[in-house]
Design a binder for this molecule. Structure first.
Ligand SMILES: [Zn+2]
Length: 65
């Protein structure tokens, strides 16, 4: 469902819902699974691994056309 980000740092993860979970993807960047709710925003950043979750089709979607 996610696509390869067009650029790195922070990693962009496009999601379909405003509630997302992140566990860092395992490996060196792994962390305990946490849940985030975007609320009124179209994106949220993971405070552990700095991944940025953006709502697909939202204002912060880098691939929105
Ligand atoms: Zn994370």
């Amino acid at each position: 469902m996610t696509q390869t980000p067009s650029y790195q740092s922070p990693e962009i993860v496009r999601v379909e819902t405003r509630q997302v979970s992140c566990d860092g993807g395992g490996g060196a960047l792994g962390h305990p699974r946490v849940w985030y709710e975007m609320g009124d925003e179209d994106m949220v950043e993971c405070k552990y691994c700095d991944r940025r979750f953006v709502l697909s089709g939202g204002a912060d979607d880098p691939e929105r056309v």
